[in-house]
Design a protein around this ligand. Sequence first.
Ligand SMILES: Cc1cc2nc3c(=O)[nH]c(=O)nc-3n(C[C@H](O)[C@H](O)[C@H](O)COP(=O)(O)OP(=O)(O)OC[C@H]3O[C@@H](n4cnc5c(N)ncnc54)[C@H](O)[C@@H]3O)c2cc1C
Length: 282
Amino acid sequence: MRALLPKTWEEIPGYLGQMTEKSRVVGGGTDLIIKMRLGALDPDALCYLGYVKELKEIREEGENLVIGAYATMTEIETDPRVRERFPALMDAASDVGSLQIRNNGTIGGNIGNASPAGDLLPVLYLYDAVLEIMGPEGVRRAGIDEVLAGPGRLHLAHNEAIVRIILPPCSLHTSFVKLGSRKKVTISRIGVALGIAMDGGAVKEMRLIVGAIGLKPVRFYEAEDFIRGKALNELNIMDIAEILSRYIKEHVAKEFDRDYKVYAAKGAVMDAFARLRRGGEE
Ligand SMILES: Cc1cc2nc3c(=O)[nH]c(=O)nc-3n(C[C@H](O)[C@H](O)[C@H](O)COP(=O)(O)OP(=O)(O)OC[C@H]3O[C@@H](n4cnc5c(N)ncnc54)[C@H](O)[C@@H]3O)c2cc1C
C-alpha cells in the first residue's frame, strides 16, 4: 500500500491525482483504520494531508471562520473563536466518543464518514457550512448538504478531499444537545442543533436540525414556521418537541430505536432550548 504525503498546499493536487478508485484519504484514522483492520477495506494507497499547515489551522478570514479539515475534535472544542461564535460546534465536538477519539478524530473525517449518527453534521447544517474541496485540478466549494450523499457516501470524486470548512457569520444563538452524551462512548441516537434569533419577546427566526433520525440530518421547517412571531414559552417549546416526535413516529423504522427516539426527542429539544437560555442570551 502506498502512502501519499503532501507537505504543502501546492503539492496536494499532484498527490490527489495519483489516487485510484481503491485509494482513500485518511484523517485521524479512528474509523478508517478500524475498517482496514477488520478487513472491510483494503486501499491501494492512503493519502494523508495532515502535514499541510492550512489543513490544521483554525483561522478567521474576513467574517468567516475557516477550519482546516485536519483540525481534531479537541482542537475545535478548545478554540476560543469556536466557543464564542459557534458554540453548538464546540458542544458537538466535545460530545464525540472518548478523549482518545477526540484527540485523533478530525472534522474532515467526521464528514467523510457520513454517518447518520455523525455528531458534527447537524451543526454544520445549522451554520450553513461550506466545504472547500481539493482535486487534481484545484479547489471547488460546495454546501454541506450538496456533499453529503447518504450513509457512508459523499458526492466527491475518488481523487477529491475536503480541505477546509468555511463557517459564515451566524447571528443566531445556538446550541447542540446529543442524547446519551453523558455516556461518552455512545453513538448518537439523536443530535439536536438549534438556533434562535429573538425580536423583543417574539421569535424572529429559528433553525432546528436533527441528526440520527434519517439518512442525513433533517431540517424541521414546519417547527421553524410554527414558532416564528410567537413567544418562546414552555407550551410552544412542547409543541416544537411534539412536531419532532411525530416526524420520528412516521419516518423512523422500528428497528432503529423508533419508540425510544419518539420519547427521547422531547427531552432533547427541551435541553437544547435550556442550553440556549443558560448562555444568558434570551
Ligand atoms: C469508539 C468510537 C466512538 C466514536 N464515537 C463517535 C461519536 O460519538 N460521534 C461521532 O460523530 N463519531 C464517532 N465515532 C466515529 C469517528 O471516530 C469520528 O467520526 C471521527 O471524527 C472520524 O474522524 P477521523 O479523522 O478519525 O476519520 P478517518 O477514520 O480518518 O476517516 C473516516 C472517513 O472519512 C474519510 N475522510 C477522512 N478525512 C477526509 C477528508 N479530509 N476529505 C474527505 N474524506 C475524508 C476517510 O476516507 C474515511 O472514509 C466514533 C468512533 C469510534 C471508534
